[in-house]
Design a protein. Sequence first.
Length: 340
Amino acid sequence: MKRSIPRSLVSKATNLDTNKERASGSEGRTESSDAVSTPFKGAGSAWKSGALAQSQAAVERSRAELCLDILNGRHEISLSPDQISDPMGTDRRQDWMSQEAFRSLVNSIASNGQDTPILVWPEDPDWQPDPLDPSNIAGVPFVMLTGRRRLAAASELGVPLRAILAPPDARNAENSKFEMLFLRFRENEERENLSPFERLVSIGEMYETLASGEEKLTAVAFAKKIGVHESLVSRARSVFAAQDQILNTFKNVYDMSFRDLQGALASLERTNKAKPKPKTKPQKLTVKRKVGNRNLSVTSVDGNLSIKVAGVPIDQERLEKLGDLVASYLNVEDAEKDTD
């Protein structure tokens, strides 16, 4: 008799095998998925970390370059007028703020802004920009070199100033004051019309400043250094030395030509020579003594000593003794002076 397997048992076994295969296939897919996704995730993290490091290095490099650009005058900074001092003063006429040219500059900056940066250098020669925030210059004191009228205009308007630093070699020069004066003179020569008086005063001031730090400074060497003709140097020194007298003696000094100033110097020289030297009243010292019934008077006038006494009959021998007494006194005085 032929025996057969019940259909229910076959169906159940078939379903069981199918479920196992599905489970096995699912597990295989899961493992395969994990094998792919895990390495991919690690590579992404490494890439992000490397990109972040590169970005940070670029930022730090950019800040370092910005610091150098600021120190070398290749990058503008923004300064408050209160941060800037002006130890040199101006080489322009003293009433320049009341002149029409300055009023026009104030109106121009108010309407159109500042066209040209001023030139400064840090009050502290060792100053460095903040490496984390190089553009933040708030509170750092600076010294004015050029742009005095722009500084005054900004102060009046209450606006910040565009500025750049002077070259480091000028800031660190042995005679930094001369370098400051020369920078001021050069900008005024290039950008503005200095009057002959202003120009000569400026040249004379530069010469005296440079000469104070050098043993031998010739007019030829100085003229070559600042780029002027040597014939101007001696005239500039004379005008600089007599500037106050020129301003107090002559009118319209800032309108004078070089020839006018030469005549003014000659006139002052004649006036100074013609003035008589004031006579000083000779100093007179007198000491009086009563000796018995006689009066003794000793007088000194400008170092000349005289002794006067009446009613003293004296012969040669006594007179010589008196002379010896005075000589002895003078010898003591000389000895005391040598000791001092």
